[in-house]
Design a protein around this ligand. Structure first.
Ligand SMILES: [Zn+2]
Length: 236
């Protein structure tokens, strides 16, 4: 398995290169990135969409941490097809050994306890007012896996077709170039996001949360004489 050495991964003493990828995410199916089982105080909705207060108004958004989780597990699946011995995220011993043995491609992009992430994924805020629907569902008794007609819940979701502002920063990785293996995985991630899409949030098994990336552009900066200098840009 190819391992990335500390020169490539523990390199945060110096920002040599910064690529900013921007575009829009569109949810093609209903989307709910939830706030968990806990209903917000006074809410008539039990499974609510996560929101953030902007200028005094609550607005739904897709947390960067949710996107990062989806991107990481997608790249993990890609990498596992080349490296069947790739560790799982909960194999803490393998993660701890990476500092001396070299980092796997997934940790070398997304970080782990020892190494900072080489990508930053921002919260995706809606570009316009997203329309939200509420539906009532019939609860499933988890013990008997049977429908209990008496149990109802309400569920909120963002209707398909909403656009969300996307930004991801890529630090010290030669992207979209060919020289760094991590760049190949990131390019595959963006290609998949543009064509097939990836799912985020709840109810993925019934197709919810399918997002696609549109209008993706990148700008790459390098630090020259103490200033950020644009060295490359284009469409993805
Ligand atoms: Zn790793």
């Amino acid at each position: 398995m190819s391992k990335l050495g500390p020169d490539l991964v523990l390199d945060f003493d110096r920002i040599r290169r910064l690529t900013i990828v921007e575009g829009a995410l569109v949810n093609e199916t209903p989307l709910r990135v939830g706030v968990g089982r806990e209903a917000p105080l006074g809410s008539p909705v039990e499974l609510a969409v996560i929101t953030m207060k902007v200028n005094g108004r609550r607005r739904p958004y897709i947390p960067g941490s949710s996107l990062k989780g989806v991107f990481r597990s997608f790249i993990e699946q890609l990498a596992r097809s080349s490296y069947p011995q790739l560790h799982d995220p909960w194999q803490f011993n393998d993660v701890e050994n990476e500092e001396k043995d070299g980092f796997c491609v997934v940790c070398a992009i997304f970080g782990n306890k020892q190494v900072a992430s080489h990508v930053r994924i921002y919260d995706a805020m809606p570009q316009s007012e997203p329309s939200i629907s509420i539906r009532t569902g019939v609860g499933i008794n988890r013990e008997f896996q049977a429908v209990e007609p008496e149990v109802y819940y309400t569920e909120e979701f963002v209707n398909p077709g909403s656009k969300w502002k996307f930004r991801m920063d890529i630090l010290n990785i030669e992207f979209p170039g060919e020289g760094d293996e991590r760049s190949r995985y990131l390019r595959e991630l963006f290609t998949t996001l543009k064509t097939v899409g990836l799912q985020v949030g709840a109810r993925r098994s019934v197709g919810m949360g399918l997002i696609k990336l549109v209008d993706a552009k990148y700008k790459t900066y390098s630090i020259v004489d103490g200033a950020l200098k644009l060295i490359d840009d284009g469409e993805l």
